[in-house]
Design a protein around this ligand. Structure first.
Ligand code: EPU
Length: 432
């Protein structure tokens, strides 16, 4: 078992480099399946969700080559079966993008039901299925498999999303890229990673317009060619470190970001009395006086991201005054609240709303991460707390944060991993 040990109350100073975006990477990697040739992908984050996806493609027959730490080459030309049934499929949510990619390339797909972070509620895929059916697929869910068939491939269609869904927008975009005719997605999600996927596909020969608005028009093309593409910086990773500085205090330059993508988070931090200064591709965050309460409502982009809700809540635990959080995307994303309460936070949750009464201090405690962003929130709480915080369940955190320990140590945080001897015999020592 691996745990993070955090000794808090040390302000952060220095620079942090942001990695490639997880949620763009997990859409672009399966899209490589649709490409006739080799895709060289740069700025690939080294995180377990991405590694798992490469293993899934390799099990399917793809060749995946590491060029350097963050550059990979994928060649899917030898994959000739429209099946992804590996057990690994159930370990990541984004594995369901293989449905769109396979339907596009083969006109059929048999894919194991996806896994991913469980916020305590259901994560439906009805909008994905609605899109595939509109394009002529027959979809059946049988024995934990999603089975899609078409007669001679998908046909372009008009798809109206009943809810703004990142996953359904991406899956339908993938499916439509090689379909016959034009597909129009209305009420599409607008997240930066949707634009990044469209840019990736267009750079390989697709014809997609409007990504980043709520109407996306995809003219199907007959094939995609290989090429090189660099993934955008991770908005949520950057936001997490911005929140860490807002919580722990200090002055940090967050490098390799697209400041425009960060506006929804930067504005909230400024409301809280944190200084946030944008440069061309970096953001300087500093806090020297106590932060103030604010209210946060999470919404699809360009609203405040749900994937930053736990982290901003951790910071607000120590802000002056009472803050109200409304979760506008997921039904139950407050599973971390019990853990923060063990550290002295005062939070009351009622349905999708949390009321956070700011306290003057948090105290270190043994706590457990229940999902990726909740885990990031606990790390932030540990950085702000008096004494030592011991965080279990860090495998969740490593799904989405490349080198989190090293990046935080680099700005002066007192955090390290501790491995117990039964950790598969791989990691046996406590490292500083
Ligand atoms: N929804 C439906 N039907 C569908 C799909 C979604 O009702 O067919 C609902 C969901 O229940 C939810 C809302 O629509 O209430 C939004 O879900 P969405 O489909 O946008 O989420 P997702 O694609 O499953 C992605 C990210 C999540 C992030 C959400 C929202 C990936 C791999 N995951 O999930 O990221 O929270 O968008 O922005 O891109 C994370 O990175 O920690 C994470 C969980």
């Amino acid at each position: 078992m691996t745990r993070y040990i955090v000794n808090g109350r040390k302000p952060l100073f220095g620079e942090i480099d942001i990695s490639g975006a997880k949620n763009a990477a997990v859409a672009i990697i399966p899209a490589a399946l649709m490409v006739n040739g080799i895709c060289r992908i740069e700025n690939v984050p080294q995180i377990s969700d991405v590694t798992m996806f490469f293993h899934i493609l390799e099990e399917m027959g793809a060749s995946v080559r590491t060029i350097n730490k963050n550059t990979m080459e994928i060649d899917c030309s030898r994959i000739n079966k429209a099946e992804a049934t590996s057990d690994l499929m159930r370990k990541i949510r984004a594995s369901y993008y293989l449905i769109g990619a396979m339907l596009s390339r083969f006109g059929e797909a048999t894919v194991a039901m996806p896994g991913g972070c469980n916020f305590g509620g259901v994560r439906p895929i009805d909008q994905h299925i609605k899109g595939f059916e509109a394009m002529g697929a027959e979809v059946e869910v049988l024995n934990g498999m999603i089975i899609c068939r078409t007669q001679g491939g998908l046909k372009g269609a008009s798809v109206y999303m009943d809810v703004v869904s990142v996953g359904a927008t991406i899956n339908v975009m993938l499916a439509a890229a090689l379909a016959k005719g034009t597909t129009i997605i209305e009420n599409a999600a607008r997240e930066p990673h949707i634009v990044d996927l469209a840019n990736f596909l267009n750079s390989m020969g697709a014809d997609i317009r409007g990504a980043g608005t709520n109407v996306i028009k995809i003219r199907g093309v007959s094939q995609l060619h290989g090429g090189t593409y660099s993934i955008i910086p991770d908005q949520i990773e950057a936001g997490t470190y911005m929140a860490a500085v807002a919580g722990a205090g200090g002055d940090v330059l967050i490098k390799n970001v697209i400041p425009k993508h960060m506006d929804c988070i930067s504005c909230k931090l400024r409301e809280m009395g944190v200084s946030v200064i944008d440069y061309e591709d970096s953001i300087r965050v500093s806090r020297t006086s106590p932060s103030r309460k604010t209210n946060v409502k999470t919404l699809p982009y360009p609203g405040f991201p749900t994937d930053m809700q736990p982290q901003i809540s951790a910071v607000l635990c120590l802000a002056q005054g009472t803050s109200i959080i409304s979760e506008g995307v997921w039904d139950n994303r407050y599973k971390y609240v019990d853990e923060l309460s063990k550290m002295g936070a005062r939070i009351k949750v009622d349905g999708r709303t949390a009321v956070i009464e700011g306290v003057t201090k948090l105290s270190g405690a043994p706590i457990r991460a229940m999902d990726l962003r909740a885990g990031a929130a606990l790390v932030i709480a540990g950085l702000c707390a008096n004494g030592t915080t011991c965080i279990e369940g860090v495998n969740y955190i490593e799904r989405g944060y490349e080198s989190i320990i090293e990046k935080l140590q680099g700005v002066g945080a007192d955090i390290h991993e501790e491995f117990t001897p039964d950790d598969d015999g791989l990691k046996t020592a406590s490292v500083g």
